[in-house]
Design a protein around this ligand. Structure first.
Ligand SMILES: Cc1cc2nc3c(=O)[nH]c(=O)nc-3n(C[C@H](O)[C@H](O)[C@H](O)COP(=O)(O)OP(=O)(O)OC[C@H]3O[C@@H](n4cnc5c(N)ncnc54)[C@H](O)[C@@H]3O)c2cc1C
Length: 520
């Protein structure tokens, strides 16, 4: 008889720890057969990373599963609505090169290759404008839905921008008060193991032992269990993606009712790029750069220049700029013995498409949905978890590299190195060759749990001005399909007009939701 898994110990109270606790508790607390006990230990001395403000639409489902209302998120976390990313200056310098990677799929994407038809009209429309109303909605600074639209429902797909610290606090309160997770504020000092190599207990610096059956390492960059205890190293991804440091700053709006951008803006600069995220009361701005190509003083000058250009009236000396080094890569294994790493402890790569929280959601969902009933099953779940997370990491690396390798920027060694095909993963090189004759399609991202569907590849590829050499544009179309496309384009432009007239601004929607404070 294998020993049952009855107690989970999560170390770390950042977003990774609380999301994992929330998803696990929400799924298992009602299961009287299992009676799963969940304990979360968080150091009172080690702060969370404090960044991670851009999320994906998947966060809506995660919050629903955990049982948090959207109104609570908006009221408590300085949150606003995010509909995708706007990329500025990525293909060339000077401000003219801009495109959107919106969250909505191109219309009728499952069965219609609109990209083929867009290629005929590429000199007149941006790809995103051709296939979805969402680019226009973002451009106009509008919300993804009306004030009366039910929670989590939408006119166009969306995720959130929020304050990472306040988000962790909201999760903490909900998960402890409503889902019965036990919280321990203490430092883990050491680990005690069984002869099998499984962890028996973590020992707090007070001397108290906390035993468990499964240990989740959410200790961030310290990687206390998977890195320090098990010695699993980081597979560096610097050969593909050079960025290994960030400088982050919070910038207040000049007026409380300044517009809130509906997408993250990612502006490419000489030795990296700068994120710009609009919350209710401030913007979160950060410069991600490569220390092999620029020192901290150069990076600081670059972000200070960006803040000055984009934030009239702001006094730079009033702002606090914070440096955050990171090692781009992921752990060789994520689940070892009875210990699984979720969040930064398992790896991190630059936040160009804000994929870290989405990876946390994936990891925590797998753990909770495939939760092993006993120790023997845990080894099976662990092998599958490792294979699945590795697949996701490899796709994230490829997708991020796509943004660089297609650039025509030639203004620094950084960009020349980023563009070099030598620094491109071989699978991506193959795909780029294929896309010379056919747009990215379902075969290029075939799995149901794919983080980046082929539509995302289309948005970036065509936004970056990639044009196929050999595409046989209308080869497989017939008159009926062409008529369907024409109808669709009309519908899209009607929908665009309607949305532009009906939707409130991002600011108006969050103001309406926060004004209802206390009414619900
Ligand atoms: C510059 C930058 C920008 C980012 N932007 C985005 C973004 O836009 N979108 C996105 O999805 N992600 C982003 N991320 C990633 C995101 O911030 C993280 O994935 C997310 O916050 C999860 O962090 P974490 O919980 O793993 O670690 P942390 O927040 O670092 O939490 C670690 C926890 O472990 C605890 N701890 C550590 N050691 C001990 C110990 N010995 N005993 C007890 N407790 C301990 C700490 O107290 C803390 O509670 C960004 C990351 C960086 C670096």
């Amino acid at each position: 008889m294998q020993s049952a898994i009855r107690k989970v110990v999560i170390i770390g109270g950042g977003t990774a720890g609380w999301l994992t606790a929330g998803l696990l508790a929400a799924r298992h607390r009602a299961d009287s057969n299992r009676a799963l006990e969940i304990v979360l230990i968080e150091s009172p001395d080690i702060p969370t990373i404090g960044v991670g403000e851009g999320t994906w639409p998947s966060m809506r489902m995660t919050l629903q599963k955990i049982g948090i209302s959207e109104a609570d998120l908006v009221r408590n976390c300085d949150a606003s609505f995010k509909q995708g990313t706007e990329f500025v200056d990525w293909s060339s310098t000077g401000g003219d090169s801009r495109y959107y990677h919106p969250f909505s799929f191109p219309a009728e994407y499952s069965s219609l290759k609109l990209a083929n038809y867009w290629l005929e009209a590429a000199d007149r429309f941006s790809f995103a404008d051709f296939v979805t109303p969402q680019a226009s909605v973002i451009e106009a600074g509008l919300a993804p839905k009306q004030v009366s639209t039910p929670e989590y429902a939408f006119n166009v797909n969306y995720g959130y921008h929020f304050d990472a610290g306040r988000f962790a606090e909201l999760l903490h309160k909900h998960v402890v008060d409503k889902l019965g997770v036990t919280y321990v504020s203490a430092n883990v000092g050491s680990v005690e193991s069984h002869d099998s190599g499984d962890i028996d207990a973590v020992v707090l610096t007070s001397g108290e032992r906390v035993q468990g059956d499964l240990f989740v390492d959410c200790t961030g960059q310290r990687s206390l269990l998977i890195g320090q205890h098990y010695g699993i190293d980081v597979v560096s991804m610097k050969k593909f993606l050079f960025n290994d440091a960030a400088i982050a700053v919070q910038v207040p709006y000049s007026k409380p009712d300044d517009p809130i951008a509906s997408a993250t803006r990612a502006t490419a600069v000489e030795c990296g790029w700068i994120w710009d995220i609009g919350l209710q009361t401030r913007r979160g701005i950060g410069h991600v750069y490569s220390t092999a190509h620029a020192d901290e003083a150069q990076a600081m000058a670059s972000i200070r220049d960006y803040v000055t250009r984009t934030s009239p009236g702001v006094q730079l000396d009033d702002l606090t700029f914070r440096s955050i080094p990171f090692e781009p890569g992921y752990r060789r294994e994520f689940w070892v013995n009875n210990c699984v790493a979720v969040g930064l402890s398992g790896g991190f790569i630059e936040p160009l498409e804000a994929s870290a929280l989405a990876l946390i959601e994936q990891a925590a969902s797998i753990i909770s949905e495939q939760f092993p009933a006993n120790r023997e099953l845990m080894s099976v779940v662990a092998r599958r978890f490792n294979a699945r997370m590795l697949y996701h990491w490899e796709r994230v690396i490829e997708f991020l590299k796509l943004h660089y390798v297609l650039s025509e920027r030639d203004d620094s060694d950084y960009w020349r190195d980023c563009r070099s095909l030598e620094t491109c993963p071989s699978e991506l090189r193959d795909k780029l060759m294929l896309w010379q004759q056919q747009p990215p399609w379902h075969d290029d991202a075939p799995r149901v749990d794919e983080l980046f569907p082929s539509a995302s590849y289309q948005y970036v590829l065509y936004g970056m001005q990639f044009r196929p050499e050999y595409v046989y544009i209308q080869g497989d179309s017939d008159a009926e399909e062409r008529a369907r496309v024409d109808r669709l384009l009309h519908t899209n432009s009607d929908k665009t007009r309607q949305m532009l007239s009906l939707l409130p601004t991002n600011r108006e929607l969050v103001s309406a939701m926060t004004a209802l404070r206390g009414v619900a």
